[in-house]
Design a protein around this ligand. Structure first.
Ligand code: ASP
Ligand code: MG
Length: 403
């Protein structure tokens, strides 16, 4: 007998038929004698629909009321799942955010869960009931309804796993796990059976579709093992846990890419302390996320070149901010907007020599030019021209034996 959190995403509860199907999965788990806390998302598309309704009234729709509105999506799923379980003869009950309560801190639309009362739910599941809890919401200290950011039901599931000290946290979704690369573009992609939190986060361009990154981060901090699996097949899914519990037979676990990148280069920037801060501070203050940064060694000791990447949507804004910045001196500002980032990720890299040159050699064989490089302990990323993205990903996937 185990105490489990089981979370169903929006597509898994996207219609009455699917709700009945999810209820059957819960029934099987309950029949095994497990104590279950079920977390549900709103039915697929519901949250977006509610947001667009609010926008039809005002683009500045009052945030307090937006939270009241958005929290209803998950409440609907809770009631329907509970009802479906009751229909199957299972003892089940929904617990609304304020009934538990799920306590949150922070602003409306962007709160975070800080604690929950465990008494009522623990009593209920100990007495054989299945507790159904809405994801993505809570109440503030003042008793106001709050939501915790899009995709937040994953965070609710992880928080419950921690606070209720459950044996496992299973995320049911519409894909059957994390893949070694994008299976839609590169059909030889393989499902990964086991992966570390760190790799999962680094593979976020693949993994983000599977689970909210901040929820994975929380799971990593508290070492809560996760399992992602499909609602629609019986296959085992992907287990995500601490890298100390993994044996690495392969140096590279996956190949990720993101196409919407842009590269900016400042040539002949004054080489003195504080310059990098002067360049990046105004960008940061304008909510622009900087990804890779490469500073060349200065050849004359006076000037250097700095290259960095931003999301393509932020390119124009970034260029404007740089041009207006009177604190920095440079000879030339250039940029390239049609670039992509391709990364190989693997916790096994640390112990395997020669990965870096293999990656570069493989790209050279395909006549793909590398525009920038950055590395971390478990990742090597390069910037290349966007048109080569899929070709490069295929090549790397194959040379690192992932096909
Ligand atoms: N329903 C919310 C959303 O669509 C939360 C979630 O599904 O995780 O963002
Ligand atoms: Mg989701």
């Amino acid at each position: 007998m185990k105490k489990k959190v089981i979370k169903f995403g929006g597509t898994s509860v996207g219609s009455i038929e699917r709700i009945m199907h999810a209820a059957k999965i819960i029934q099987e788990e309950s029949n095994k004698g497990n104590k279950l806390i079920v977390v549900v998302s709103a039915m697929a598309g519901k949250t977006s629909e509610l947001i667009s309704m609010s926008k039809q009234i005002s683009n500045k729709f009052v945030k307090r009321e937006l939270d009241v509105l958005l929290s209803t999506g998950e409440q609907v799923s809770c009631a329907l799942i509970s009802g479906a379980l009751n229909e199957l003869g299972i003892k089940a009950q929904s617990f609304m955010n304020w009934q538990i309560p799920i306590l949150t801190d922070g602003d409306h639309n962007n709160s975070r869960i800080i604690n929950m009362n465990t008494t009522k739910i623990n009593d209920y599941i100990t007495n054989g009931g299945v507790a159904i809890v809405p994801g993505y919401q809570g109440i503030s200290k003042l008793g106001e309804v709050t939501t915790i950011g899009r995709g937040g039901s994953d965070a609710t599931a992880v928080a419950i796993a921690k606070i209720f000290d459950t044996d496992s946290c299973e995320i049911y979704t519409d894909v059957d796990g994390v893949y070694s690369t994008d299976p839609n573009k590169i059909p030889v992609a393989k499902k990964i059976d086991k992966i570390s939190y760190e790799e999962m986060l680094e593979l976020s361009s693949l993994g983000a579709k599977v689970m909210q990154s901040s929820a994975v981060q929380t799971a990593m901090i508290y070492e809560i093992p996760l399992q992602v699996r499909s609602t629609f097949t019986d296959r085992p899914g992907t287990k995500i846990f601490s890298k100390n519990n993994l044996d690495y037979t392969k140096a590279v676990t996956g190949v990720a890419y993101s196409k919407d990148e842009a590269k900016i280069t400042l040539q002949d920037v004054e080489d003195k302390p504080g310059i990098a801060a002067e360049i990046f501070e105004p960008l940061g203050k304008n909510q622009i996320n900087i990804d890779m940064v490469i500073q060349n060694v200065s050849s004359d000791g006076k000037t250097t070149d700095i290259t960095f990447t931003v999301k393509r949507d932020d390119l124009d804004k970034s260029l404007n901010i740089l041009k207006k910045n009177k604190q920095i001196r440079y000879k030339n500002l250039s940029f390239k907007s049609n670039v992509s980032k391709i990364s190989i990720v693997g916790a096994g890299m640390v112990t395997t020599p020669g990965i870096t040159y293999k990656m570069f050699r493989a790209l050279a064989e395909e006549k793909i030019n590398i525009l920038a490089i950055s590395t971390s302990e478990i990742k090597i990323s390069v910037i290349i021209e966007e048109k080569f993205t899929v070709e490069a990903a295929k090549k790397l996937h194959s040379i690192f034996n992932l096909d």
